[in-house]
Design a protein around this ligand. Structure first.
Ligand SMILES: [Fe+2]
Length: 238
């Protein structure tokens, strides 16, 4: 079975549209999203409408949970005070502009989804199996991978949150970070579409990078009254 995974879309409808077309062209039979539907770019309502319209099922990210439940904080991590100030602006902007319909959708998302494929259990979640705002980077020690794997009986783990894609095979487990459709942070501004192809004796993962009009998306951030800071970060993919 071949399916596509859309990590962290973050209000970027331009990127979502091209990601969808690319997944279709690649022959994905199904598409899943990994949550974090709003924030940093303005089109949270359009993103939710698109997912519903195209029957793209997914899981709840920390941003979805905190926006939809009107929390005081998005649960994100900051590297410096400016980033914190900008992140707060983005969070309050999103809470104010997300429609009731979008919030209801985000509130209703499950924290994880699982299915089986040729005897393997596939588990999708936003960040880790037990906490939705922990950053599971590729360079975490192997011990961390074992610890996370030990929380479930899954064989194939698919998640996002860091916006940096990778695949790591440890013993019989496969760990796939699907990167980000709408806000990559790995230096490549193109949308990341993760294709997973599971056959009876193999699991193939491809991180397809899809070009789109990043400049148009960056300008929409500013035009809609969100910080220019995020437009620059979109252009630079950091
Ligand atoms: Fe995110």
């Amino acid at each position: 079975m071949k399916f596509a995974v859309f990590g962290d879309i973050h209000g970027n409808i331009e990127a979502l549209q091209v990601a969808y077309d690319a997944a279709q062209q690649a022959g994905a039979e199904k598409i899943y999203h990994l949550g974090d539907l709003g924030g940093y770019s303005p089109f949270v309502n359009e993103v939710v409408d698109f997912l519903v319209e195209h029957a793209i099922e997914g899981v709840q990210g920390n941003y979805d949970e905190t926006v939809a439940n009107d929390r005081e904080h998005c649960g994100c991590k900051y590297e410096d005070p400016i980033q914190e100030e900008m992140a707060n602006k983005s969070f309050f902007w999103t809470k104010e502009h997300a429609s009731e319909k979008a919030k209801k959708y985000m509130r209703g998302l499950p924290v994880s989804r699982s299915f089986s494929a040729y005897g393997d259990k596939v588990l999708l979640f936003h960040a880790t199996p037990s906490k939705n705002n922990l950053y599971w980077y590729e360079d975490r020690p192997e011990k961390f991978f074992h610890e996370m794997a030990g929380k479930t009986d899954a064989d194939i783990f698919i998640y996002g949150h860091t916006h940096k894609p990778y695949r790591k095979d440890i013993e019989n487990k496969i760990f796939i970070n699907a990167g980000s459709v709408g806000k990559p942070k790995d230096g490549d501004p193109r949308a990341c579409v993760t294709l997973v192809d599971i056959t009876p004796d193999d699991v193939q993962v491809e991180f397809l990078r899809v070009p789109y009009d990043v400049e148009k998306a960056a300008q929409a951030i500013v035009e809609n009254g969100m910080p220019e800071y995020f437009a620059d970060r979109l252009r630079e993919a950091r």
